[in-house]
Design a protein around this ligand. Sequence first.
Ligand code: ATP
Ligand code: MG
Length: 556
Amino acid sequence: METKTTTAPTSTPSNFIKNIVNEDLKSGKVSQIITRFPPEPNGYLHIGHAKSICLNFDLADEFNGLTNLRFDDTNPAKEDIEYVESIKEDVAWLGYTWDGLFFASNYFEEMYSRAVLLIRKGLAYVDEQTAEQIRETRGTLTEPGKESPYRNRSAEENLALFERMRAGEFKDGERVLRAKIDMSSPNINFRDPVIYRVVHAHHHNTGDQWCIYPMYAFAHPLEDAIEGVTHSICTLEFEDQRPFYDWVVRECEMPSVPRQYEFARLNLTNTVMSKRKLKQLVDEKAVDGWDDPRMPTISGLRRRGFTPESIRTFAREIGVAKSNSTVDAKMLDHFIREDLKLKALRTMGILNPLKVVITNYPEDQVEMLVAENNTENPEMGTREIPFSREIYIEQDDFMENPPNKYFRLFPGNEVRLKNAYFIKCNDFIKDENGKVIELHCTYDPETKSGSGFTGRKVKGTIHWVDAKSAVPAEFRLYEPLILDDEENEGASFLENLNPNSLQIVQGFVEENMKQAKPHDKFQFFRHGYFNVDPKYTTADHLVFNLVVSLKSSFEV
Ligand code: ATP
Ligand code: MG
């Protein structure tokens, strides 16, 4: 038995699969568990896959087992090496190290010989019916299927035909190999399922070596068995496939016997979670690639600013259930807030700038004020920020005619500038359209932050940046890409995109942010958590993605 050192959590929440593993180890049914994460390389991974990744890797880590990353690449038409690379990157970024890296396509020869074994045993035959005929004769839940006229060929005849299929003598769809089981079985998956088909297509790994490819339901159990996988965990849709899974392992006489267990797939509110639909968004340019920060892909979440820790915690906390449900996307927000709360530097950024002139502040004076880097984490220390006669504040921190309970700036009112002084608004300037473009305020030198001033209190505290030293910055603000859950399932989800899912504003950040690097994460006071965008940030253009606002509308 191989031993591993792991960085696994000491314990993840208990779940039914964990209980099964525990029993199997205790009873001696297995001595070491092997799990696998088996993506098809036909798209980028999404948050649903993250649930499966965490489940499989955590399980093995916790029980000193092994986990394979296996590409389930049996469908040449849709697969691509770009997807293989992105999947490896995403699994590693999530913090997991696979024990084996495998490609199902490397097992094609063995799968072929197992199919030959089935033919020899009289358990598979070559059918000449069209795909449509096969579908029509499958029967329904209440009616049995009809046997194919080609069902009773001899093993020799079938072997010869299967060899000719492999040799490229037939066009796509002209012949298939079917398992010979029971056309009247109450489980439709037993009604002579197709196990091999002819596909003349270039494969990303095997090139043009093959023109017949195994079907998923036949290939998957063999892949698991070949690798010695003990617990093959998949989503609930495959529950009805389990008897056929067991049939394949048994009749193909695989020495190692994996067991399949099903759990509920992750669904998230306001989120499409199917690679086909996500690919459609990319292909139709509704988003800025697979890693668009609005996408529920791992690469999108990474670019948005989610951390591996937050995704892992989310995946563990939502649990592993036996019935499908939809998780509120706000829960993911909750975990990233929790993760960044004590880690992210808290700074000031102005998204919609309004200039303020502090008329009683000396013209050429600049003073350095001290700001805490994280008020909840004193270990993060302090920094110095410049203050001078002109600053920017948020446009909506001033109102000419405020409603009741508006405690920010309005003519005659005094507020606290975070980390600085009290200022009082005396006057304002409007442009020709009546828009306020500049405030004139006075500051009170007695009220300096940290000076212990107790003379009077003000109700509002607003943030600001020093105008002369401020660094221009672009802020990208996000809302859910999909508006309405009801429509998610429909084919028309593309018509249901949120027109406000991306809003871009140009503002300012503190001078010291010049040093910010892609993927640095900050909390902008009163706005939320932001990530330095790795795609659009350049040496002289800072771009921040909103990860999540500060408001916590979900608590666990
Ligand atoms: P999609 O439906 O998005 O195309 P898929 O199931 O076809 O996904 P695969 O590449 O076959 O994609 O998935 C790899 C693994 O991830 C499978 O074991 C599958 O069960 C699991 N998985 C896929 N989607 C989810 C999800 N939403 N929640 C949990 N696990 C998932
Ligand atoms: Mg799949």
